[in-house]
Design a protein. Sequence first.
Length: 250
Amino acid sequence: MNPKIWPVIRRRGPTGEVHVWAIPFGGALGRMLLFRKDLFDEHQIPYPDENWTWEDMYQAARKIADPARGRYAIYFPSGKHESWNWVTFLWSAGGEVMVYDEEQDQWRCTFNGPGGVEALEFSTRLSAERWVDAGGRVRRGCVYKDPRDGYVKWDRGENGMIVGYISERVFATINPELTGMVPVLLGPTGQRAAELSSQMMGLFAGIRDPVVRDAAWEYMRFYTSPEAERIPTRMMLESGMGRFVNLRHL
């Protein structure tokens, strides 16, 4: 288990006792920036790297965005999803969402500090800053926000950048000839910070039937066991061997 996940899952409960509230599985998931190489090549923009800053993103975004052609610089979905992207800016600006006072056993919101101001100003600049396109039409920002088809536009090459999770699923679906991957951007502090997440399983504390409780617990224990981890590995090896045999036969 990644040690940075422990502070999230091991916390004090309502009675004051410390509990482990969930069990992670499948490894840690980190946030990173994906970009479309074809759009960067079209506008002769150097590919992002680990030294990219907020200003580098902004300058690239202004070159890529062309709403008249249905093209946008970056996909930041609106609504409940928006905070997941904004919090990366907050952390990279040295801010924090909440802090915990262990002595008082109280949480306090802290995103209204200087880091929060800088993060909000940059996010607003990307999303709503006024500019005029080549046709003389007034535009607002370079960001595409509609969650209904944002990923469809990404697949069609109509979004230049997207923030996502690094995982086995991502590696299995992207084309490295078309899609690049770099860490999240350096903030004004010269540092970068992003979400480290994980899929987790837990039991509802109100379960009364011991059969249901025990069956769920046994499932959770098996799902995270070395034996269970060997199953998809074996399936992939067998599947790969089958394709190899078929290819030789042809």
